[in-house]
Write a protein that binds this ligand. Structure first.
Ligand SMILES: [Fe+2]
Ligand SMILES: [Fe+2]
Length: 208
């Protein structure tokens, strides 16, 4: 196992069961809220996979692990990424939090033994999506947004990485179920199309 990865779980007893271990590891790093979010994303991803004909087990696994890189020190995201031999894009250098999606894929493989390329792909693009996404990529991407809770929204406000009006909308009761019911989001062929659809909902709700 990579030394940096090993250090992140040093002294933490693991069971081999992903849900339990993700919850434990995140809690031991002071990220219990991310553990609850991960559980919600796993459940939502599983639900979407069943509904849209995806692989429910892959979706649930990716959901549990998609934010496991919350355990990487925030101030060292670029350093960790470079030490793992991963090139940092200019956009990621400007907003290092973007790196967390690809870092989660590294940790899913290194710490949890995930070798399924489809699962690692979905984890690795769960924030931004990517060109020519698979159905699983889109399911996990959307599950993350649908299951976005108040804690995550408040964090984004604090870090100013998201517009305030968007976060206000995300905290509204009913917003989640509105997006959840929109099958069209999963049919969009691109990140640009997905965000255009999501933005149309944001505008609708902000205008009410
Ligand atoms: Fe994330
Ligand atoms: Fe997330």
């Amino acid at each position: 196992m990579d030394a940096l990865c090993a250090a992140l779980i040093a002294g933490i007893p693991l069971t081999g069961e992903i849900p339990a271990d993700v919850t434990t590891v995140l809690a031991r790093h002071g990220c219990a809220a991310t553990g609850k979010h991960s559980m919600a994303v796993a459940a939502e991803a599983q639900r979407l996979a069943v509904h849209f004909g995806g692989n429910a087990h892959q979706a649930e696994t990716a959901g549990w692990l998609h934010d496991i890189s919350a355990i990487v020190p925030a101030a060292q995201r670029i350093e960790y990424t470079q030490q793992w031999g991963i090139a940092v894009f200019p956009e990621e250098a400007a907003a290092p939090m973007l790196l967390h999606q690809r870092q989660s894929a590294v940790l899913a493989a290194e710490l949890f033994g995930v070798s399924d390329a489809a699962v690692l792909s979905a984890i690795g693009c769960h924030t931004t999506l990517k060109a020519s996404p698979t159905t699983l990529d889109k399911i996990v991407f959307l599950a993350d947004k649908v299951a976005w809770d108040g804690v995550a929204a408040r964090h984004l406000i604090r870090t100013r990485s998201c517009g305030r009006s968007r976060c206000r909308w995300m905290r509204r009761a009913g917003a989640t179920s509105t997006i959840s019911g929109c099958a069209a989001l999963l049919c969009s062929p691109s990140i640009r199309g997905s965000w255009r659809l999501i933005t149309s909902f944001l505008i609708t709700w902000e205008g009410e």
